[in-house]
Design a protein around this ligand. Structure first.
Ligand code: NAG
Ligand code: NAG
Ligand code: NAG
Length: 487
């Protein structure tokens, strides 16, 4: 949360100082404890009630009639295919240390200037709360990621990509960023003891609510106290927490939107949307400025983003989470989207890419598209944007902690919301992608030349993912490791 850095625009500098002071005051007030390594032992309870576990996300492909996705008029709901077919759910990678001899922590390296106040340095009492989104726990699937550290211009792991942020800001200002693409923002879900029960007949989870149950809807403004996190009660799985999710494009966003919307229907839950960027539909003409109220609302929300709390969620406090995906897998999914899967309907680059590259085999097409994106830049289509930029953009370049999951854990996240058996889109299904060359395209179509191009376009994503213990094995050959990571 430094001022005057390339990460934050000058406009926000004053605000940041203000935020910082508030954060400190707030934090000291809340925790009354500044012991980061408080050594609290985590219990071994799993994040999920295992008896209640149901069919896996992957299984859904074979269902004759998957439940219909929830209707929504959200523009950013329908732009995904969450084709996870080639990726197996996985346990978190072992915290192995490689041997480069240089260590990086929390997306930083060799920071000489320690005067900067960083979210990652903020005192935080390790939380022992049982929640999938509590990355403090020994067995958690997530790690906290600090986008502002990553893009720190002096000692961030991603410092050589900082120019991309300036580009994004300029393009946003001159109306050339992601024309015709869906709006960008994040929803916040306040869950005040929402319970799910298994409908054994339909084999799906349903909201466990009696019509005579008093409604206990709460919003972002409320304090959540008592038993926060996930718990089981009378054979139901329940939770109380406040979560926001970042829609990283082509990494599970649509399914997560559906999951949020599903929970949002509960009488004990509320969704608040922070939709701050609506790309211009007239290239060259800047999009209308963000309405002041929405800007304040969103920045306040970002200022109140926190790691998973230890005791309770204060008013406005929420945990932001996101899932990121192996960029070589994601690129194929992005292609399917950019070249005409429904949801990118308005995009003008799709037909150009098709005409240029969809000839011959899937492997030929993949190589051609990789070269096209290398030569014309990933800005040509929202869905080609590197995930680190997607994340920083959606958090308005603010210094926030993000509970980061691997896309491989998407089934587990959806299972938390009782939506593991609801698959939004599947890119491998015939007709969904617009051409058989695309339908057939898979990671098997990569040869070394194509892989190298894609790994280099998405080098920043590879670096970020490695810093969180997520490996991108296909890129190892082309992107040597510069650091060992501690996380
Ligand atoms: C908008 O800004 C980008 C990034 O600086 C620049 O490359 C592009 O030429 C600009 N376009 C217009 C129409 O001004
Ligand atoms: C947290 O949210 C409140 C209420 O919207 C706001 O007044 C406050 O400024 C926010 N805190 C930070 C640090 O942004
Ligand atoms: C797609 O794959 C199927 C089966 O592997 C093959 O029969 C078909 O010819 C392929 N189509 C194209 C356009 O490559």
């Amino acid at each position: 949360m430094g001022t005057g850095t390339a990460y934050l625009s000058k406009k926000h500098a004053f605000f940041s100082v203000f935020c910082f002071v508030l954060i400190i005051v707030l934090n000291v007030y809340i925790s009354g404890n500044t012991d980061e390594e408080s050594g609290i032992k985590t219990t071994n309870s799993r994040n999920q009630p295992s008896e209640l576990k149901k069919s896996n996300y992957e299984d859904d492909d074979d269902r004759a009639a998957p439940p219909k996705p929830v209707e929504s008029n959200d523009r950013d709901d329908g732009d995904e295919d969450d084709d996870s077919d080639s990726e197996e759910p996985a346990k978190p990678e072992k915290k192995a240390v490689e041997k480069t001899g240089k260590l990086s922590k929390l997306q930083l390296f060799e920071c000489k200037d320690n005067s900067k106040s960083r979210e990652s340095d903020r005192p935080h009492k390790k939380s022992d709360v049982n929640s999938l989104f509590n990355c403090d726990k020994e067995d958690s699937l997530c790690h906290y990621y600090y986008p502002a550290n990553f893009f720190d211009e002096n000692c961030g792991l991603g410092k050589s990509y900082v120019h991309c942020i300036d580009d994004a800001k300029q393009m946003m200002a001159n109306g050339t960023l992601w024309n015709f693409m869906p709006s960008v923002g994040f929803p916040t879900l306040t869950v005040n003891d929402v319970c799910l029960r298994l409908d054994t007949e339909k084999e799906i989870f349903v909201l466990a609510e009696d019509s005579d149950m008093p409604s206990s809807r709460v919003s972002g403004k409320n304090i959540l106290e008592g038993k926060i996190g996930s718990y089981e009660e009378d054979g139901k799985k329940c939770s109380k927490e406040r979560l926001s999710f970042l829609h990283v494009h082509k990494a599970g966003g649509s399914s997560l939107h559906q999951a949020f919307n599903f929970f949002g229907r509960s009488k004990s839950a509320t969704i608040e949307r922070h939709k701050f960027f609506d790309p211009s539909r007239t290239p060259g003409r800047p999009s209308p400025p963000i309405p002041k109220a929405m800007l304040t609302f969103t920045l306040d929300a970002l200022g109140n983003a926190t790691k998973y709390p230890d005791q309770r969620f204060e008013a406005n406090q929420h945990v932001i989470f996101a899932a990121v995906r192996d960029p070589t897998e994601r690129f194929i999914s992005s292609i399917g989207q950019a070249l005409g899967a429904s949801g990118s309907g308005g995009n003008r680059i799709g037909p150009v890419l098709k005409q240029t590259c969809i000839h011959g085999s899937s492997a030929d097409a993949l190589k051609c598209l990789a070269k096209y994106v290398r030569d014309h830049g990933f800005w040509i289509e929202l869905h080609f944007t590197p995930q680190v930029i997607d994340i920083s953009f959606t958090t308005m370049w603010q210094d926030v902690p993000i509970a980061m999951f691997s896309f491989k854990n998407l089934p587990t996240i959806l299972d938390h919301f009782g939506r593991a058996n609801v698959h939004v889109r599947d890119g491998s299904k015939e007709k969904y992608r617009s051409d058989p060359i695309l339908t057939n395209m898979s990671v098997n179509d990569y040869d070394d030349e194509t892989l190298e191009i894609v790994c280099k376009i998405y080098e920043m994503d590879v670096v970020m993912q490695r810093s969180l213990g997520m490996e991108v094995p296909r890129c190892d050959k082309f992107l040597p490791r510069s650091y060992d990571f501690e996380y």
